[in-house]
Design a protein around this ligand. Sequence first.
Ligand code: AQP
Length: 355
Amino acid sequence: QNVVLSGIQPSGFIHLGNYLGAVQNWVQLQNQTEIQKRYYSVVDYHSLTQKYVGLKDDGGEAEEQEQKADSPQELTLKTAATLLACGIDPKKSTLFVQSHVQAHTEMMWFLSCLTPQSWLNKMIQYKEKKGSKSDKQTSLSLYSYPVLMAADILAYRANFVPVGEDQTQHLELAKDIAERFNKLFAEDQLFPVPDKLSYKESPWVYNRVMSLVDASKKMSKSDPQKRSCINLIDDPEIIRIKISRAKTDSLGRIKYDPARPELFNLLHIYAAIEGKDVKQIDKLFEDDNMFSFKEKLSNKLIDKICPIGEQALNLCAKQEDYLLDVLDQGAKEANKEAEFTLKMMKEKVGILRRN
Ligand code: AQP
């Protein structure tokens, strides 16, 4: 059977990059009849990787980020509410919080034991996030989290993982780990043929949405520059301000040109919201200057995003019990499957059973 698994960290608010790169596809996948099961997870353990090490005391800079108004619980709940508001339907998909399913972390230990350290040394995202920080300023979990991501996927024996382009390498690692487990312990292929762990063809899903202040960086929840990101819960005024202040060049004419990365990014966003081919999109703006183009883009974003944000905030404010019930039901379904996989894994590895 075809099983989809994907996750999102509650490390901040869901932003346009998460939406266009991942969540929008999760929603579309709900209508594909060739897929039998869909698991979507708020991966709260992943979001802890940069939280406790690298604080000012350790000579780091994370303290500023620690001053967020929302607690981890609130962010987890807001993330789940936003997913529902985006169109994740609990009748079609299992929506759950990662920490509510213990098998993920237990499986991670097994998988860590068979993952050569050299595989993790190659992870680009780790290098990017570590940057110039010393080993004292980054946690072990930041280094090993791709193995937890592999466990997230393999717990459901998922063969389709719709993630943004930035996660390609981690997905490749999950494939390698699955292959290695099968080779060592499971000739009957406990985990799906890793070839099937692939992306779905989609014109946008391969692209990263870039930061509004620095088009060489991806839009990111944890970016300390708040105006780099359009959040789905931003109100119309904030969206207008962020787009009007988005960095652009002074060449005036609106033209699709990879050599103009900031405008290129904004045109990509417009095209993705419209569901149109980005190479054709600049024709819509032949008579526009940067100011009027940005106004049109703001209007498009406001129409698309603000109803989602309003619904998400409304769910958090007025229907917390409903949200918790959805997540509880999701955890029950997810636990059933993940516990089964863990049991099989233990049997294959040869761990002593308990009477
Ligand atoms: N800028 C992006 N463009 C396209 N897709 C993106 N994704 C993230 N940023 C972009 C995709 O969103 C999904 C959920 O991401 P995540 O929360 O699990 O982790 P992330 O990739 O680390 O996202 P952020 O926003 O950058 O969070 P922080 O700052 O906490 O690390 C993934 O499928 C991802 O590909």
